[in-house]
Ligand binder design. Structure first.
Ligand SMILES: [Zn+2]
Ligand SMILES: [Zn+2]
Length: 94
């Protein structure tokens, strides 16, 4: 295999540059600076210590470790989530 490392370019196991990371929703590679907090109002943090392991968010569908916050998402996903969440609200009336 290619044993030659590229010195100076520090990539992690996903082959990402240090200033890149994965969107917690679509798993696209994005710049860290471009990620925003998930607009989802659910709180997987509240499930810390519960024996459920993974928390499957009923609102945005993301899977996170129970007790940890929603992953940060790219702007596109944030937009989509926001749109979905407002549709949900529309059903129950404002
Ligand atoms: Zn995304
Ligand atoms: Zn959520």
């Amino acid at each position: 295999m290619a044993a030659e490392e590229n010195p100076g370019v520090d990539v992690d196991e996903y082959g990402l540059a240090p200033d890149e990371t994965l969107c917690g929703c679509c798993y696209d590679t994005v710049k860290r600076a471009a990620l925003v907090a998930s607009p989802c109002p659910h709180n997987p943090e509240a499930y810390a210590g519960m024996p459920i392991g993974m928390y499957h968010c009923p609102s945005c569908g993301v899977m996170v470790l129970a007790g940890s916050a929603h992953p940060t998402v790219c702007l596109e996903c944030a937009e989509k989530l926001r749109a979905n969440l407002s549709l949900d609200k529309g059903k129950t009336g404002t």
